[in-house]
Design a protein around this ligand. Structure first.
Ligand code: ZN
Length: 393
């Protein structure tokens, strides 16, 4: 334990009280047992806390600067003796030197990890498919800047609880026919913390955190779908006592698209063509989903905004054409889905005289003036099922 205390906290020798407090807060957030329970980190947390105990107290700090041993025998320091000993509390935290009959768990820490937060974000289909960066307003608890998270008004410190003497627990003795039963209960005076904040920070009422609205920039990876959660680590709620923040999860909700419907990584759209085009064949120019990206940002990209779809002569209504690789990219860069184009053939309505004449002539040429209903297998099966249903009775 001969390491220089200023080095332990990573501050300059002329650092002021505020800088020391800040440095300690930052380290405590990294090293706190709630975050890093391994023994080596806990040992370091103790060292850092001991250094803070000395350097945050002007008297102890002055004595240390004069070359005194801050952890030496009793009375080595200032002579006031009865002051609040942070080290004792720390030892109690980690079960270091805790005596007593029934070994309790010691005071509960005021500093705890914050909760995760979840917010929903609606994105366009093209943003979900190709990724995007969005600004996001988030409302979470952040560390109170007035007290740097410890909840004590500036210039004041927590003091040990007089009821439990910092243990956070009180022994409760009951007499019964079995004899004396001793149980440890959380101290009611300090609610188990072992210390009391005599002068709570006014900004946060002693909680060490305040609510704040901020704007975050979030990168949406290509290929997300409704229900995908994007994790932003340590952007959730800061914990009580300025504890480390939880994570923020952004749950994606993909808005409906006017043209494309999504099935997994495949896209589907429907186009209508006139009966004549279906019979004669044609080439259609269709928009791609990429067209949304281009019109959205106005960014100069060489994305394909449209493509040609060949409709073969004699195409039937309901025909599906599968265009490989024109769907949504996979979330982990695993290829792209397909685009399925369903073609609907429109029968002309409101024919004028000339048109009707031409169609009648065409029908005559094809011998289709009096077609007999060509019952298809699918329709037959419907009738078949009906007949079966009747016969069953
Ligand atoms: Zn505060």
């Amino acid at each position: 334990m001969s390491q220089d205390l200023y080095t332990v906290l990573g501050v300059a020798r002329d650092a002021d009280g505020d800088a020391i407090k800040k440095a300690y807060r930052r380290l405590a957030r990294q090293l706190h047992p709630d975050v890093n329970p391994d023994p080596e980190t806990q040992e370091r947390f103790k060292e850092v806390s001991r250094a803070y105990e000395v350097l945050s107290d002007p008297q102890k700090r002055a004595a240390y600067d004069r070359g005194g041993d801050p952890f030496g025998g009793a009375g080595g320091f200032g002579g006031q003796g009865a002051g609040f000993s942070f080290t004792d509390i720390m030892d109690a935290f980690f079960g270091g030197a805790q005596g007593g009959a029934a070994a309790g768990r010691g005071p509960r820490p005021r500093t705890r990890r914050g909760q995760d937060a979840l917010i929903r974000l609606e994105v366009d289909l093209s943003e979900a498919a190709f990724g995007a960066t969005r600004e996001l307003k988030v409302d979470t608890a952040v560390t109170c800047e007035t007290c740097h998270g410890d909840g004590a008004a500036p210039g004041s410190r927590p003091v040990p609880c007089e009821t439990c003497h910092g243990a956070g627990e009180v022994a409760h003795v009951q007499r019964s026919f079995l004899g004396e039963i001793r149980t440890l209960r959380p101290c009611a005076a300090c609610r188990g913390f072992g210390s009391i904040i005599p002068e709570p920070c006014r900004e946060c009422s002693g909680d060490g955190r305040v609510r704040s609205r901020r704007t975050l920039s979030i990168k949406i990876p290509a290929g997300v779908d409704t229900g995908t959660r994007v994790q932003l680590s340590e952007q959730g709620e800061v914990g009580p006592g300025g504890g480390p923040a939880g994570d923020l999860y952004v749950e994606i909700h993909v808005a409906d698209h006017p043209t494309f419907r999504r099935h997994g990584n495949d896209l589907q759209c429907t186009v209508s063509i006139p009966m004549t085009a279906a019979a004669l064949g044609t080439t259609l120019e269709l928009p791609t989903l990429e067209a949304d990206v281009v019109s959205g940002d106005g960014a100069d990209t060489d994305l394909e905004t449209s493509f040609d779809l060949e409709v073969r002569p004699g195409t039937q209504s309901g025909t599906e054409q599968v265009l490989r690789g024109r769907g949504v990219p996979g979330l982990r860069g695993t290829g792209r889905g397909d685009l399925v184009v369903t073609i609907l053939v429109e029968t002309p309505t409101r024919l004028d005289g000339r048109q009707e004449e031409l169609l009648a002539e065409l029908a005559a040429l094809r011998g289709e003036e009096a077609p007999d209903g060509n019952v298809k297998a699918t329709q037959k099966s419907v009738f078949g099922r009906l007949r079966d249903a009747f016969n069953a009775h």
